[in-house]
Design a binder for this molecule. Sequence first.
Ligand SMILES: C[S@@+](CC[C@H](N)C(=O)[O-])C[C@H]1O[C@@H](n2cnc3c(N)ncnc32)[C@H](O)[C@@H]1O
Length: 318
Amino acid sequence: MPFAHKPVLVAEVLHFLEPRSGEIFVDATVGGGGHSSMLIHRLLPGGRLIGLDRDPEAINAARERLADYSDNVELVQADFRDLKKVLTEKGIGAVDGLLFDLGVSSYQLDNPERGFSYQREAPLDMRMSPEQELTAADIVNNWSEEKLATIIWQYGEERWARRIAAFIVAARKKAPLVTTTQLVDIIKAAIPAGARRSGPHPAKRTFQALRIAINGELEAIRTALEKLEEILKPGGRVGVISFHSLEDRIVKNCFQQLSGRCTCLPDFPICVCGQRQVLTVLTRRPVFPSAEEIAANPRARSARLRVARRVLKGKEGE
Ligand SMILES: C[S@@+](CC[C@H](N)C(=O)[O-])C[C@H]1O[C@@H](n2cnc3c(N)ncnc32)[C@H](O)[C@@H]1O
């Protein structure tokens, strides 16, 4: 299956991240290389782009797409939680720009073998990396009803989480769940018909919850953003594109925490308030795709971008 994915908010990413020739950028979620191919144009001559992805199929697709820039692009199959380690191994201390385009690619969603889609018959998998052990089948067949209800509620924000968990447990007593369509049928049966008539596909929230749990998506972004001070050069920019409110809340809170100003007296010998300013937030509100972009690429509709810049030493309060 060919790797198809339309990058979102490209003009906005280029505008806020301002890639310039000679700079070093990281695309922490390189996918099919859509954003990277735009970034590398601006980084040349002399610049360097490091692309990471957990998914080896994404790395292969990006390698093909970015083949003309192989002298300036390095691709690594890795979790962005380990970005600092990846950079250290390459002898890079800190970078000028960093992009996270969270979630799954259209290729991962549309590839029936991966099990991410509630619209295609597939094995219950949903792993971003094949090296990972936990699959969707493990969760739905082995986790307790309470644990299932908790993740479906917390990561899917699904009001019928308890009923869905109870229906899953009842169904698996008869036979283990194997396919996405089996799970979709159970979710449909659990949600009362009246509640199913409007809104998104009834399985959307539960599938999102399972995907987040299997891939540790929220912990990954939290861990990566906590290390921004070590990863970005002073003046370096970070942009995060998220696709649902759970991710966006983490990004917003991390940026807010890191942009807190020190409230200690200027002549106090050390900072005791813990409000040292690391970042300046460049987008007070998230940036959304234009109506034209959503019309051309409906999957862009829930995307939102937040950008911040590492403060310069001696300026902006550091
Ligand atoms: C929305 S796609 C990125 C698409 C890409 N920007 C493009 O233009 O082609 C998200 C990608 O991030 C990867 N990903 C998600 N979480 C990751 C993590 N913690 N570490 C590394 N890659 C991750 C997924 O495998 C997927 O390929």
